[in-house]
Design a protein around this ligand. Structure first.
Ligand SMILES: O=C(O)CCC(=O)C(=O)O
Ligand SMILES: [Fe+2]
Length: 483
C-alpha cells in the first residue's frame, strides 16, 4: 500500500509532515502513490561506478523542474516495515557478511533510498530525520552489488532513478538484480532465488516476478538496506571466516527470546556451531523419550548398495520422534526454525541416535544425489528428481562424550574424497557436547549439492554413550511437520 500523499495544505491526520517534491508532470495529478515516495521521473538511469552520464543528468534536470510540495502521513505503517531489521551498509556491517573468497549463490545487495533535489544534488539529512521519512521522501534507489559476497573488488554500483510508473520501477529493479548477478530461472531443477533481510527474514522471491516488485516490496528492501540474496532461495548463515561469531536472537512461542552465538567452524563445507542451544532438560527429555524406541538404524540405500546390510556403514541405533502433541518437541521445532530462518514445515521429525561403545557411522552425505537413485522411483518422487532435497542438518548433541564419538568432516577445507570412509583421523572433528548443535549445509547457497558436506560419526570410546539427533531441513516445504 502506498504512503498517503496529499497535495499542499491537505489534511494529514495531524501527524508530522514531510515535503515530497514531485515532478512537474504530476503537478495537477494526485501525487503519486509514492513507493519510497519515488515520485515520477520517466526513465531508469543507471549510474555505473557511481558516475551519472551527462545526458542522463540533463534528463533528470528537466524532469525534476517545477516540483511541488506534498505531504505524507508518517503514521502509515506500510511506509517502512518496522519489523524488519535495518542493517545499514556500513563497512563494519558489510564485514559481517563479506568473505575472502567468492561464495557460490550468496550475494549482498545494498538498497539505499536517496533523495535528489531539483539541482540533481543528493540531499543530505541531519541525523535526527527518521529513516521512515527519508525513505518516503526518496526519489532514487542505489543498488550496490557484492556478487558472491566477495570483497568489494567485485562490487558494482547502479543507481536507478525512478520512473513515472511505480510498477515499472520495481520491475526494472528486479531485472537489474537478475542481470547483475546472472541469476538463472529456477525451472524444474532448483528452488526460486530469494531476498532476505540481513538477519534472514524473507522479503520476496523469484516467483513474484518483475510485477511483484511492488512499492511495498521496495519499501521493505530499502528499509532493510543490506539485503542478502540466495540463489537457492533458502537462508544460509554467511560463514564469513573460520572462528567468526555472530549473535542472533532465537524465539519460540512459549519462551523469552534468547540470544545465541553462531560460530563458524568451517567454510568448506559450511559448518556452524551453537553452544547451549538446547538446555539440559530438553536433552534429557529427548533421549529418555527416544530410549524405548531406538532400533539398529536403516539407511537409504543407493542403487549400487541394494541388498547390503546397513550395519556395513552404520552401527548406531535410531528412532524418529514425532513432535505432534508434544509441547517440548514442538517448542524445539520452533526454536530450530527461528535459528535457521527456515520455516518449520521444511523440517523432518528429529531422528534420535544412540551410539554405544565403538558404534559409528561411516562418512556419507545427508542429501539424496539424484544420480544415485535413478532406479528408485519412490526417492526420485520425494526429491522431485533433484529439485527438492535435504538442505541443512541441525545436529543435536544430547550427551557429552569425552572419548571418540566426534562428527567428522573428512573433506574439510577442500580435501579430496577419503579412500576409507571409516577413517577418523583427517578432517574437521566436532566433539559431542551436551546442548550444543551444529548446522551443516548439504546444499550450498545456490542450492547445489555440496560434496564437501561429507561427514560421519567416529566410534564412541569405552564407557560412553553418545545420544544425538538429526534435524533435517529441506529446501522446500515438505509438510512432514505442519506450520
Ligand atoms: O553421529 C554423528 O555425529 C553424525 C550422524 C549422521 O551423520 C547421520 O546420522 O546422518
Ligand atoms: Fe549424516
Amino acid at each position: 500500500m502506498a504512503p498517503k500523499s496529499e497535495k499542499n495544505g491537505a489534511k494529514s491526520n495531524g501527524k508530522s509532515k514531510a515535503k515530497v517534491p514531485t515532478t512537474s508532470k504530476s503537478k495537477n495529478e494526485k501525487p503519486a502513490s509514492v513507493p519510497l515516495a519515488l515520485s515520477a521521473i520517466i526513465l531508469i538511469l543507471a549510474f555505473i561506478g557511481g558516475i551519472l552520464t551527462p545526458p542522463a543528468r540533463q534528463l533528470i534536470n528537466e524532469l525534476t523542474a517545477g516540483s511541488i510540495d506534498t505531504t505524507f502521513d508518517e503514521s502509515n505503517a506500510s511506509i517502512v516495515s518496522n519489523h524488519l531489521p535495518h542493517v545499514p551498509c556500513t563497512q563494519t556491517n558489510l564485514d559481517n557478511y563479506l568473505h575472502a573468497t567468492p561464495v557460490n549463490g550468496l550475494h549482498i545487495i545494498c538498497f539505499e533510498a536517496l533523495k535528489f533535489n531539483a539541482d540533481m544534488n543528493e540531499k543530505s539529512y541531519s541525523p535526527d530525520v527518521s529513516r521512515r521519512r527519508r525513505i518516503a521522501e526518496s526519489n532514487a534507489l542505489r543498488l550496490t552489488f557484492y556478487k558472491k559476497s566477495f570483497t568489494p573488488k567485485l562490487k558494482r554500483r547502479v543507481l536507478i532513478k525512478e520512473p513515472q510508473i511505480v510498477t515499472s520501477f520495481g520491475a526494472d529493479s528486479y531485472r537489474h538484480i537478475v542481470r547483475e548477478l546472472g541469476l538463472r530461472p529456477s525451472g524444474s531443477k532448483k528452488q526460486p532465488w530469494a531476498l532476505f533481510s540481513a538477519l534472514g527474514e524473507k522479503i520476496v522471491d523469484e516467483t513474484s516476478g518483475p510485477a511483484g516488485f511492488n512499492e511495498s516490496v521496495l519499501n521493505r528492501l530499502a528499509s532493510s538496506e543490506m539485503v542478502i540474496l540466495t540463489e537457492g532461495g533458502n537462508w544460509i548463515w554467511p560463514g564469513v571466516a573460520e572462528g567468526f561469531r555472530r549473535k542472533v536472537d532465537v524465539t519460540s512461542p512459549n519462551k523469552e527470546p534468547r540470544e545465541v552465538t553462531i560460530e563458524t567452524l568451517s567454510l568448506k563445507p559450511l559448518v556452524v556451531s551453537i553452544e547451549g542451544f538446547l538446555d539440559e532438560e530438553e536433552c534429557d527429555y529427548i533421549a529418555e523419550k527416544a530410549g524405548p524406541m531406538v532400533q539398529y538404524s536403516q539407511v537409504s540405500l543407493m542403487d549400487k548398495d541394494k541388498g547390503k546390510a546397513a550395519s556395513e556403514w552404520r552401527t548406531s541405533q535410531s528412532a524418529f520422534l514425532n513432535s505432534m502433541n508434544d509441547e517440548i518437541l514442538t517448542e524445539i521445532d520452533h526454536k530450530v526454525a527461528s535459528l535457521t530462518r527456515i520455516p518449520k514445515n521444511h523440517g523432518e521429525y528429529a531422528q534420535v541416535l544412540r551410539y554405544g561403545h565403538n558404534e559409528k557411522y561411516d562418512s556419507h552425505h545427508d542429501f539424496f544425489n539424484p544420480a544415485f537413485y535413478k532406479n528408485d522411483p519412490g526417492t526420485m518422487r520425494l526429491i522431485e528428481n533433484g529439485k527438492r532435497n535435504r538442505f541443512a542438518t541441525v545436529f543435536w548433541y544430547l550427551t557429552d562424550v569425552d572419548e571418540g564419538g566426534e562428527t567428522i568432516f573428512p573433506r574439510y577445507g577442500g580435501l579430496p574424497p577419503p579412500r576409507d570412509h571409516a577413517q577418523c583421523s583427517v578432517g574437521l572433528k566436532v566433539k559431542p557436547q551436551k546442548g550444543k548443535v551444529i548446522i551443516f549445509y548439504s546444499l550450498d547457497a545456490a542450492g547445489e549439492l555440496d560434496d564437501y558436506s561429507l561427514h560421519g560419526a567416529c566410534p564412541v570410546g569405552e564407557g560412553y554413550v553418545k545420544w544425538a539427533a538429526n534435524k533435517w531441513i529441506w529446501n522446500a516445504p515438505m509438510h512432514f511437520i505442519p506450520e
